[in-house]
Every structure is written in C-alpha cells, then in structure tokens.
Design a protein around this ligand. Structure first.
Ligand SMILES: *Cc1c(COP(=O)(O)O)cnc(C)c1O
Length: 404
C-alpha cells in the first residue's frame, strides 16, 4: 500500500503524530520555574504542570544536575543488575511511608496495573486464588492500558477496544453501603484515588477512607491507593492518605515522582508484597539509573523541612483567591474544590471554553470530569506567581460571554 502524498503544512500539529489528543497549537522551547516560553516568545504561567508532573516547575537546577551527572556515567543497565540509585530511592520511600517494598516502573498506568497484580498475587499465595475481583469507583482514572481502563470502567475510554478485562466492580464514589454489599467471596481488594483527579478533583472524605480501611480489615481485603496524581506532596502531605491517618497495603505512584522524567512505582507492605517473588513481575526500563537519579533529587526537595507545609499554605491561599472569583463570577463558577495544590473550579460554562480563555491569558490549566477546571501549579510556585494565577483566571472568567 503506497502512502498518500501529504499536503505541505504551514502550521498546526503534525499529522505524523497519531491524533489521540486535541492539542493547543503551541510549542514550548524553554521553561523557567513556573513559566514556559513558547517558540513565538510568549511567556505562559504553567498551572498544567505537565498534568501534575512538574512538581518542582521547569529547569530546576538540582534536577538538571542530577540528570546530567548521571547521564555522564551510565544511563541504563536493566534490572538484571543492581542499580544504586534505585536502591537508594526505594529505601527512602520505605523510610518515609507505610511501605516495606518498592517496585519501579515508568508510568501511572503501569503502577496501577502492577498494584492490581500485587493485590491478586497476595490473595493467591495466602491460599485464596479465587479472590481476584477489585472494587473500584465510578469517575476514577487509573490510566489507559486495558486493565487500567477496565478498573476505572469509563465507557467512553473503553469503547471500541474489545471486551474489558474481567474482575472489576464499579461503585458510586461515597456509597459505603454499596461497597459493603459488593464485597463477596471472590473480592481481593478495594482500589481508590484519595482525590479523583481526572474525575473532577473529587476529594474522598477522610471518614470514608477510614471506613474503607476498616472494611478491608474486616473482610481480609487489600486497600490499594492510586496516588499517581495526589502523591509526592501535591495535596500538602507526601501522600494524600496521610490526611486520613490511614495506611494502604499497596499504593501506585508516578507523575510527580520524577518531576518530569518518566518513572512510576508500586509501594507495598511486606505482607502485601509476599507473592512478588523472582519472575512474577518485571520492567525493562523501570527504575533505571537516569529515572532514579532524578527521583532522588525530587525527593530531596519535597522532604526539605517546611516544603509540604508550604504546599498546604499555598493551596489554601489559591483556594481563597479562587473563592473570591466564585463570588465575583457566580454565573461562571459553581464551586472551588481540592486539597493542597490539587485545585479545581467547578464551572457553569464548558470547562474547555475556560481552559481556552485561560490560555488566551497565557495561563495553562487542565480540564477534568464534572466540568471542572484543574489548576495545578508547580509545588514550589512563588506567592507572587500564585497571585498572578488568580489574576489571570479572573481575567479569563471576565472575558467569557455572559450568557446567564
Ligand atoms: C495520570 C493518572 C494515571 C495514569 O498515569 P499515566 O502515567 O498517564 O499512565 C493513573 N492514575 C491516576 C490517579 C492518574 O492521575
């Protein structure tokens, strides 16, 4: 089959890239802290943060140093050999969390899939091979691989991709009675995001998380937390479940972990990871020297005294600023949501229109479910830049046509 000759393009996204995204027509060539500079020379204030990835903004000197120093030594060896940066990052994550064991992968979807494997395998080695089903929640997002899509159960994302992977029971978020009813002899685990990010910045109340923990204990299930978006300080704690004073058995982490370098991780207790013996799981790239060098540098910054407290304070200031906009623009803003710097504005006009209006004000944001605008600044954004975020959202809202 010969290829059709492609018409010469003067501008716009290249058709050579599979069109799975509706992209903004902008290319960034440089980043500085909370700012991105486009090839046209325009400066954008970045509250997309690569979708909650650039936890320390752009071009952080310590991250650059970590990456370039490692790049000059060795990039990749595979997991057939020991990797000192990986061992160090694992030990530090074990020291600072509930976990005893860490497995490194490359993305959030892989971390979620791996977490599901850990949970099922744990039941298996404990004499319950029948316990394979995972209770998950409507509106959740766990990534785009086949099992992660089946776990979330979003029809829109599953359409056309064949039969969804078996073994997931989808419950309405917050319906504890329905969760208890769904638990049966073949249930292995409950999997939940402490704050649904893609779902619309829907915070799960701490009492609810505690009740799920109690249900897991009562029925011999594993509690699996997807902290891919909420983790690494995004909510003002290293991990969001700390707000509820509970501990999961298994946790998926990615996004902020590498501050922009692709890395994910599965964290588990010793008991939960019991079945993960040699040969049960693997990843060619997972936890390679480059990724873990950067991961260690991100952790250095996030664990600095006062860093997480500052995230919580900045989050509060941002939500206060956005709450003033709710008063000022009642026709546009319905609710201010979030925890720490995982912030959302539930809107009346289409969120996509507001993302566009913000973009025109040179402010990058991300839309989410339930018609929510996500405002996700780098965790180290300055107070001055944070005030500018509110100014720009204000100008964007003022620029909308007043239909109601
Ligand atoms: C982004 C996200 C994922 C998927 O991460 P990828 O790196 O895109 O695979 C999974 N879970 C949650 C909660 C996320 O926000």
């Amino acid at each position: 089959m010969s290829k059709p000759v492609q018409a010469k393009r003067s501008s716009g996204p290249s058709p050579a890239v599979m069109t799975t995204y509706g992209r903004q027509d902008v290319v960034f060539e440089k980043g500085e802290g909370s700012w991105l500079v486009s090839t046209a020379g325009d400066r954008y204030l970045d509250c997309a943060s690569g979708v909650a990835v650039n936890a320390l903004g752009h071009a952080h000197p310590k991250l650059i140093a970590a990456l370039t120093e490692q790049a000059a030594k060795v990039w990749h060896t595979s997991n057939l050999y020991r990797i000192s940066g990986q061992e160090r990052l694992a030990e530090r994550l074990v020291e600072t969390t509930f976990a005893d064991k860490v497995f490194f992968c490359n993305s959030g979807a892989e971390a979620c899939e791996g977490a599901i494997k850990v949970a099922r395998r744990c039941q298996f080695v404990n004499g319950h091979p029948e316990r394979v089903r995972i209770i998950t929640f409507k509106g959740s997002f766990h990534g785009r691989t086949l099992a992660a899509l089946a776990a979330a159960g979003n029809e829109k994302y599953l359409e056309g991709f064949g039969p969804p992977a078996e073994g997931f029971d989808h419950i309405e978020l917050g319906d504890l009675a329905a969760v208890e009813k769904a638990i049966g002899p073949t249930t292995a685990a409950i999997m939940i995001e402490p704050v649904q990010g893609e779902g619309g910045v829907r915070t799960v109340p701490v009492e609810h998380l505690r009740a799920l923990r109690a249900l897991c204990d009562k029925h011999g299930l594993l509690l699996v937390l997807d902290e891919v978006q909420t983790g690494m300080g995004r909510t003002g704690k290293l991990f969001a479940h700390e707000w509820a004073d509970i501990e999961p058995d298994v946790m998926a982490v990615a996004k902020g972990l590498g501050g922009g370098f692709p890395i994910g991780a599965i964290l588990a207790t010793e008991a939960a990871a019991k079945g993960m013996t040699p040969g049960t799981h693997g990843s060619t790239f997972g936890g390679n020297p480059l990724a873990t060098a950067v991961g260690n540098a991100v952790l250095d910054a996030v664990l600095e005294p006062g860093f997480l407290e500052a995230v919580a304070q900045k989050g509060l200031a941002l939500r206060q600023g956005l709450a003033r906009l709710k008063d000022q623009f009642p026709h546009a803003v319905e609710e201010v949501r979030g925890q720490g710097l995982l912030t959302g504005l539930k809107l009346k006009p289409p969120a996509g229109d507001v993302v566009k209006a913000c973009f025109d004000e040179k402010l990058l944001t991300v839309s989410a479910g339930e018609n929510v605008l996500r405002v996700l600044p780098p965790l180290n954004i300055s107070d001055e830049d944070l005030r500018e975020v509110v100014n720009r959202v204000s100008r964007a809202l003022a620029s909308l046509p007043k239909s109601t």
